[in-house]
Design a protein around this ligand. Structure first.
Ligand SMILES: [Mg+2]
Length: 191
């Protein structure tokens, strides 16, 4: 049974990747780049940016203003009904910049309901929240694998860097979320 949710922010609750790359659609992302957005940016834009240049270009306003996924509100409501408000934690990895941390917190306060405004963990070690009754919802395979290795359960949200599906990525991502949630809770997430 799942009693707790650990919910990733970037590319699960929001559309970080398309915003950071300045692309309209996840389908533009080159799958060959895997989970390496700097390489993807260089390939898409024909640039030769260093890692620090790419990450430093994302300021507090950028992080605070990333568009949410269209079903964010419905997703929160669905999850809260399954495990209760108190048992949902937002878990998100920061860059090295304090601007990122401040912007992410601003995003949480702007986009999410009041009850979750202080239920977050900003750090790379999401696996430390793992236990047999906790479900991590994340688009990074490495995060899911570490969470499972530490005794938790994980739902991998499909994105071009973790799956070989083809077609409309907005649809593919939502379908993977719906299928995964149904598997764990036996109730459809309607959107
Ligand atoms: Mg993510």
């Amino acid at each position: 049974m799942i009693y707790e949710i650990v919910l990733d922010l970037d590319d699960v609750c929001n559309t970080f990747c398309t915003a950071a790359l300045g692309i309209q659609d996840y389908g533009v992302y080159p799958p060959a780049c895997g989970w390496d957005i700097v390489q993807a940016a260089n390939r898409i834009h024909g640039t030769d940016m260093a890692r620090w240049e790419f990450w430093d270009s994302l300021d507090r306003d950028f992080w605070a203003n990333i568009p949410p996924v269209p079903y964010l509100s419905e997703l929160l409501t669905y999850l809260a009904r399954r495990v209760g408000n108190d048992n949902i934690t937002i878990a998100t990895s920061p860059t090295l910049s304090p601007e990122c941390v401040a912007g992410k917190l601003e995003w949480i306060h702007r986009r999410l309901p009041l009850w979750i405004h202080r239920q977050y963990m900003i750090g790379t070690r999401k696996d430390r929240l793992a236990n047999p009754h906790a479900l991590l919802i994340d688009d990074r395979r490495g995060n899911c694998d570490k969470f499972v290795a530490r005794g938790g359960q994980a739902l991998l949200v499909h994105q071009p860097w973790n799956h070989t599906d083809s077609g409309d990525w907005n649809h593919i991502t939502l379908l993977s979320l719906q299928a995964g949630l149904y598997k764990y809770f036996g109730e459809r997430f309607e959107y």
